[in-house]
Ligand binder design. Sequence first.
Ligand SMILES: [Zn+2]
Length: 61
Amino acid sequence: MCNHYPDCPAADASDCFAAHVVSDHLHDQGWCRLCNGIVLFDDGHYLTPDGLDQVVVPLSA
Ligand SMILES: [Zn+2]
């Protein structure tokens, strides 16, 4: 599905949230959809196409 170069990371890659944004609603709705199907939220969480809720940057001191 990806026609970017270089290819966007897969949805199950550790850097999956680095894929290109294809649908940007960060400013009006607080989320954006990435090329690989990831939905990235402005609170640091993202949802994989499998529906898993992941954290981009783990909260730590
Ligand atoms: Zn892509």
